[in-house]
Design a protein around this ligand. Sequence first.
Ligand code: SF4
Ligand code: SF4
Length: 449
Amino acid sequence: MSNSITFRGGVHPLHGVHEGKAATCGQAVIDYTAETVTIQMGMHLGAPSTPTVQVGDHVKLGQQIADPVGFLGLPVHASVSGEVIAVGPVQTILNPAAMAVTIKNDFKDEWVDGLEPLGDVETAPVEKIIPAIKNAGICGMGGASFPTHVKFAVKEGQYCDTIVLNGAECETHLTCDHRLMLEQSKRIVDGLRAAMRALDVKKGIIAIEDNKPDAIEAMRRAAAGREGVEVMPLMTKYPQGGEKQLIQVVTGREVPTKKLPLDVHVIVLNVGTAKAIADAVIEGKPVISRVTTVTGHVNRPSNLRVRIGTMADDLIAACGGISIPEDQVGKIVMGGAMTGFPFPNTTHIPLAKGNNGVVVYSEAEAVDYEEDPCIRCGRCVEACPIGLNPFKLKYFCDAGDMKRAGEWCVMDCVVCGSCSYICPAHRRLTASFKAMKDKIAAEARKGKG
Ligand code: SF4
Ligand code: SF4
């Protein structure tokens, strides 16, 4: 039975044919390795890493190719073995000139020497687990890309009593976490247990929407007999996988405005992040690959295990290419329909650690409606899981009024898209909030906000 407690607001766009998951959820993950990879230095939230390799260098699989910078910094590793053929700026999904290292794959998959596996997660030295997570370059694999070792930095006076693994995968189209839970269930539980031991946490909850009964069953089998670990089915509702919503549903605790999960003694990790933690602890391996969903109008919708830095156009080609005429393609999105980012004007863009999907939409599916005037129906207010007033907030955001937008809590918006989805006037609410959040964050960085 699912947890009957639910969060306020939310929408139900994701049932039946509209959720777009049917094409890939039943297919096993396939390995795909590209001829070249372009590995971004800024895949995590925080300052981009500094490349330590030059054109012409030969690198081994898992070799560190960039040093961390600053408090949120993470090292970056080669996702293939081969020759470095470029170090310089490339177009990424949000940045036209992001620093990256391009490696021509020699297909030898020769691992770097000196990996330091800690062995079984139940006996690995506790004090070595968080350093291993940092050295492996792990950041949130569900899309947020926050450095995991920083999430684990529990300050004096704080404590964590529960770690929640997010297996909700409430976004449309994406099934990579679903497949991971079916195919790597033990590794995911191992990652959870490693995290629990690192932080001396006694309770680990794996939360999965009830539209994935096979994943619930697989994770229950894997969790059987593991200390402090339980699986909790959740009602299927968007954005069930939002961090604050998940905490509320699973623990009954509400994360106050401007506060973090640790303020209510909880840490949330994506199931893919847990798998990466297990790989780092058990085998000493850094993040070199991830599972990503490639679907929509492609000839062979698939879940692919791909090396970090694989170009999105290579992924589409690996799935048989686009299945509709070019002039019928509406947009191509990195991620799902609710929170994904449209590719700018090219899909020759590299996959980062947090990128969980590439979806091709037809023109008919990607209709960009004109905004109509707000009719004050209040549906956006009902849908907002945070309790914001989107129609009023949009007024201040569109007027560029940072002060009033801040007072109306724009920074609490989790950019879930529920308000835009439900709005009968097709108001571009979420886009306005995201733009304002970015503006306020940029001002804060400049010390003016
Ligand atoms: S849902 Fe759209 S039309 Fe209704 S109040 Fe909100 S912004 Fe206005
Ligand atoms: S996008 Fe922001 S304002 Fe809109 S429903 Fe989600 S949290 Fe609320």
